[in-house]
Design a protein around this ligand. Structure first.
Ligand code: GDP
Length: 298
């Protein structure tokens, strides 16, 4: 899967390395620093990371000419620093039981697949897992989640299409409690086209959960599609407002992704990144390794 990760960061890396190579052995004067900063921004790494790296390169210790490789080393170090602060695998705590993980994100982001992958991952760690079909808007979503639940071998609590999502979540918590389940993963609607409705629905789910246990939901995991590039950042913005977000999973970091946005998101929001998706199969959810990603990019 390292190979696939190389693919996911290829666009970011090609642009960055290509632009830096174009500079040759650069005297790090203001013009060159500007060019480097632009190259970093063009690689989706975000203006904050770019400004920080520029500042680091401008420090006295680099006043002499600097080779492309040296610059890349500094870039990689700074990216790693940014990512190390947010790399944080999901943890199942002793309390509350069940720990409720609300999974949010726009349709098509890979939410359903990620829920299945998470369920599989937690099961492998010997946790009892249950799913709840809180996206009652799309019949296909419920069916798809059922297929994954069967494949993974976990119970799915679901209702009819168009049913009350909060009611299903309430029912699921009750059942999970009775069965001594450790982690209840809740799918939610992803209709960002109707923000008000989505906001109300998610708020209602949160209210129901909070009434059962004030510490619930423990996690609100936003699923982001890395192929949408900078658009992923505006999704963080919206979902923070709509539902509150405690952590991220970035999907599709294989193929044609613009992986640099992972760095931009880490820098701008500092939200924990729990895992990354590198394929469509059940074990294609991976913890992410800041050093590995930093080296791939730079
Ligand atoms: P949802 O609408 O957000 O629930 O999205 P789905 O889970 O149905 O995923 C949408 C599409 O993205 C499906 O074809 C998935 O197989 C695919 N997908 C999900 N995660 C990944 C990933 O990490 N890598 C790749 N290449 N495809 C993914």
């Amino acid at each position: 899967w390292h190979q696939r990760l190389l693919g996911g960061f290829k666009r970011t890396s090609d642009r960055l390395v290509g632009n830096l190579a174009g500079l040759g052995t650069a005297r790090l004067d203001d013009d060159t620093l500007d060019e480097i900063e632009e190259a970093l921004i063009a690689s989706d790494l975000g203006p904050q990371t770019a400004a920080r790296i520029r500042a680091r390169l401008a420090e006295g210790s680099f006043e002499r000419d600097m080779e492309e490789l040296g610059i890349r080393l500094v870039v990689a170090e700074e990216i790693e620093k940014t990512l190390a602060k947010v790399a944080k695998p999901l943890e199942i705590e002793a309390f509350p039981r069940p720990q409720v993980l609300l999974v949010i994100g726009v349709n098509g982001s890979g939410k359903t697949t990620t829920i299945a992958k998470l369920a599989h991952l937690l099961q492998e760690q010997d946790y009892g897992v249950m799913l709840a079909a809180g996206d009652t808007f799309r019949a296909a979503a419920i069916g798809q989640l059922q297929t994954w639940a069967d494949r993974v071998g976990v119970e799915l609590v679901k209702g009819p299409e168009g049913g009350d999502a909060a009611g299903i979540v309430f029912e699921a918590v009750k059942r999970a409690t009775d069965k001594g389940i450790d982690a209840l993963i809740v799918d939610t609607a992803g209709r960002l086209q109707n923000k008000r409705e989505l906001m109300d629905e998610l708020a209602k789910i949160r209210r129901v959960l909070g009434r059962i246990n004030p510490a619930s939901p423990h996690d609100v995991v936003l699923v982001l599609d890395a192929t949408t590039g900078q658009n992923a950042l505006s999704q963080i913005e919206v979902f923070k407002e709509v539902a509150g977000v405690t952590g991220l999973v970035m999907t599709k970091l294989d193929g044609t992704a613009r992986g640099g946005v992972l760095v931009a998101a880490a820098e701008k929001y500092g939200l924990p990144i729990h895992a990354i998706g590198v394929g469509e199969k059940i074990d294609d959810l991976r913890p992410f390794d800041p050093k590995e990603v930093a080296r791939i990019i730079a």
